[in-house]
Design a protein around this ligand. Structure first.
Ligand code: SF4
Length: 282
């Protein structure tokens, strides 16, 4: 579609409202935590959640940022995140890897390691986001995953043959100890998210993390973008196909039993949580 600025903004917001209505019912007294990195996706997620729900006195929106300790990258994006929360008048909590896990991402990246930097970073960040969301009594934890992220994850799991992980992509159910995740941008292509941020003049950091190149996801992203250019609609098709399949997938692979990590007490599906394993505490 070729849309003017006004209709483009309306179109994006209409799709997001539809996603929220269909997949994440918003309730009275909800405390909605939004994971905010300062990048375009999470900034747009916070801006839109605030625009849609910010005037409801029974709903609180709180931004949570995580400082992983990545020099030359994270300090600037955190400043940008602060500008956005100030502009919107949203409460902003910042937690760091150092205060919670006792190590920075730069230190972890410099160690001998079996996995890519993002494997450590993703697990440790999710751990902090969930803990912090629980501390403030959040009922939902919103992330800025867009259509490209979702399509990449689906394809990545197919290529790895990781059906269990695929089943975990299903809309989450409420589990004690894990704040309900919500991805209101999951139907919006990355380019539209970026354009939405630009036309609304949002303070956004467009720089890239120095470790991003290590991730296999980068290859999948390129592959999907090339495919999308030749066959428009590919990313939507991947997501739609997955959404149709997911019900059957969950029946075949019911979620693993939830327990507590014997080391840190966090909610997890094994004896020891992923964060403790990665930090060598097990
Ligand atoms: Fe962390 Fe990887 Fe994202 Fe960098 S690209 S912030 S290392 S998950």
């Amino acid at each position: 579609m070729h849309l003017c600025k006004k209709h483009f903004v309306e179109d994006v917001e209409r799709k997001i409202k539809l996603t929220i209505r269909k997949e994440y019912s918003v309730r009275k007294n909800d405390v909605i935590a939004v994971a905010l990195s300062g990048g375009k996706d999470s900034s747009v997620a916070l801006y839109i959640m605030h625009k849609i729900l910010g005037n409801r006195p029974d709903i609180e929106i709180v931004a949570i940022s995580v400082d992983e300790g990545i020099q030359g990258y994270r300090p600037h994006s955190l400043e940008v995140a602060k500008n956005l929360t100030k502009m919107l008048g949203v409460r902003h909590i910042i937690k760091s890897f150092t205060e919670v896990h006792g190590v920075t991402m730069d230190e972890l990246a410099a160690m001998d390691r079996e996995k890519g930097a993002c494997s450590y970073c993703g697990v440790l960040r999710k751990n902090i986001l969930n803990r912090t969301a629980l501390e403030i009594g959040a009922t939902k934890l919103v992330t800025g995953h867009n259509l490209d992220d979702e399509a990449q994850t689906i394809l990545l799991n197919h290529l790895r043959g990781d059906v269990e992980r695929m089943a975990r992509l299903a809309p989450p159910a409420a589990i004690e100890g894990l704040v309900l995740r919500a991805k209101p941008l999951r139907n919006i292509p990355e380019k539209e998210v970026a354009l939405y941020a630009l036309v609304n003049s949002l303070p956004v950091d467009f720089s890239e993390c120095p470790y991003a190149g290590e991730a296999l996801r980068g290859e999948i992203r390129e592959l999907l973008n090339n495919f999308e250019a030749k066959h428009p609609g590919t990313k939507y098709s991947l997501l739609r196909g997955f959404d149709k399949l997911v019900g059957a997938l969950i029946k075949e692979m019911p979620p693993a039993k939830i327990g507590k990590c014997r080391i840190c007490g966090e909610t997890c599906t094994e004896d020891v949580c992923q964060a403790c394993k990665l930090l060598g505490r097990a």
